[in-house]
Design a protein around this ligand. Structure first.
Ligand code: ATP
Ligand code: MG
Length: 420
């Protein structure tokens, strides 16, 4: 018996409608913000993530699925969605599009992490990327889009925001942070001790209790940002205020990726224990340039779909039932089976999305009824020799057992069935 790889999950036929429901809401909300879909490959050249995500991040250092292909190229399975979109943007000349260019994606994401509830080695993200605007309105729209998806799914979440400033502010802040941490160096976990030189900001993000305790009194980045960054942040807050969106400014949010500038945000819930972040994002004005493109700014987020589904389950969020099977055509005998097939084909070809099922296993009539019941068919029609010669069938409405006499031709008409 070969098992599923650790940290991955199957979506089984009885559950896939839940995914469709979530994906449809993501698409419909994105559509209302005039955002169009982009699809990029599941793997990219490793170099893209080294440059795009940053080679001092946990994702790049510890979590990437990297291998050499048969042509000896270093390939990496996407560890996040943004870098691939940025690469496609540059490579396809989308820099000449009317700006802002608004895109969304659904993507599998691969990270070699310690699997636990809500933390997988392959998970899926819905994400958006808005390019070509420096305005705080764009940051606000991105945040509202995520919020709108989450609330339409019936979820209650808290929004935390912060500003990470620009590289200029960051340099000043890094110095202040290092000065503070230097005095407390012995109290840091071993990973943070090594982060001290390479990427001290990451220490704010550490999940170790002793580091969390230490950074509580660290200098706050919002006290170090320049006038431009600070005015951007104030405007964003004003826009969120008029949108009626509650938020908290949390100076410890720095996000796991190096490319962020100015705005960063997270939507969190307390329902999922440790894995409470369902969506994270921010602004990245330097990313496109960093991977070889022109100076074009971006804002976006990534939303973990597995975590959203877990959360929906935890809070009992309603997911509409699957569409009902309209008709099960029971049949006895070879000629009747052919007729049943013909009727099912005609109904399916009407293109109205009706669900029709027939007997595939040559079951007896009684077990065909049992099966129709199991798949929750609305109507069952029985075709045997008599029905074939008379041209009429009994159509049984399963909810109350009432029967209707319908001609074989009428059975091919979806409107007829709907009017019963
Ligand atoms: P975390 O702090 O939980 O590790 P992250 O900062 O690594 O999250 P992002 O890189 O911002 O997360 O990814 C965006 C979203 O994708 C997260 O908010 C979360 O919902 C989801 N996500 C991230 N990693 C995983 C994972 N290993 N398994 C399932 N979902 C994940
Ligand atoms: Mg992570």
């Amino acid at each position: 018996m070969i098992n599923i790889p650790k940290g991955t999950k199957d979506v089984l036929p009885q559950d896939s409608y839940k995914w469709h429901y979530v994906e449809d809401i993501c698409k419909s909300v994105a559509d209302s913000f005039c955002v169009r879909e982009i699809r990029t490959p599941t793997f990219e050249h490793t170099e893209l993530f080294l440059r795009g995500v940053g080679d001092t991040t946990d994702i790049v250092n510890k979590e990437m699925y990297t291998f050499n292909d048969k042509g000896n190229r270093s390939i990496t399975l996407k560890p996040e969605g943004t870098a691939g979109v940025a690469r496609a943007f540059i490579e396809n000349g989308l820099t000449n599009s009317a700006m802002p260019l608004k895109m969304y994606y659904f993507s599998p994401v691969f990270r070699y992490e310690r699997p636990q509830a809500g933390r997988l080695r392959e998970h899926h993200q819905f994400g958006v990327e808005f390019y070509g605007s420096n305005a705080p309105e764009t940051d606000a729209e991105v945040i509202l889009l995520a919020y709108s998806v989450l609330t339409r799914l019936g979820l209650k979440v808290k929004l935390n925001i912060n500003s990470m400033g620009c590289p200029e502010c960051r340099k000043k802040y890094n110095d202040a942070l290092k000065a503070y941490l230097k005095d407390n160096f012995d109290g840091l976990c071993p990973t943070c001790k090594s982060r001290f030189d390479t990427n001290p900001l990451r220490i704010l993000d550490c999940k170790e209790e002793k580091c969390k305790e230490l950074v509580k009194n660290a200098p706050k980045i919002t006290d170090y940002i320049c006038e431009d960054c600070s005015s951007h942040f104030e405007k964003l807050k004003a826009l969120l205020d008029v949108s009626g969106l509650d938020y908290a400014v949390n100076p410890l949010i720095v996000r796991g990726l190096d490319y962020y500038t100015k705005t960063v945000f997270e939507f969190v819930t307390t329902e999922l224990g440790a894995q409470g972040t369902v969506c994270g994002g921010g602004r990245y004005d330097g990313l496109i340039e960093q991977i070889g493109g022109p100076k074009v700014s971006g804002v976006g987020f990534g939303m973990g779909l597995e975590r959203i589904l877990l959360l929906m389950e935890a809070v009992g969020a309603k997911i509409p039932d699957e569409k009902q099977v309209l008709l099960y055509i029971a049949s006895m005998g070879d000629d009747a089976k052919i007729k049943a097939f013909e009727i099912a084909t005609a109904l399916r070809n009407m293109g109205k999305g009706v669900k029709v099922e027939i007997d595939h296993l040559s079951r007896g009539i009684k077990s065909q009824f049992k099966y129709a019941d199991k798949i929750n068919a609305k109507f069952v029609a029985v075709i045997g020799e008599n029905e074939l010669s008379e041209g009429f069938v009994n159509l049984k409405r399963m909810s109350d057992g009432e029967c209707f006499k319908v001609s074989l031709d009428e059975l091919k008409d979806y409107n007829k069935l709907l009017n019963i």
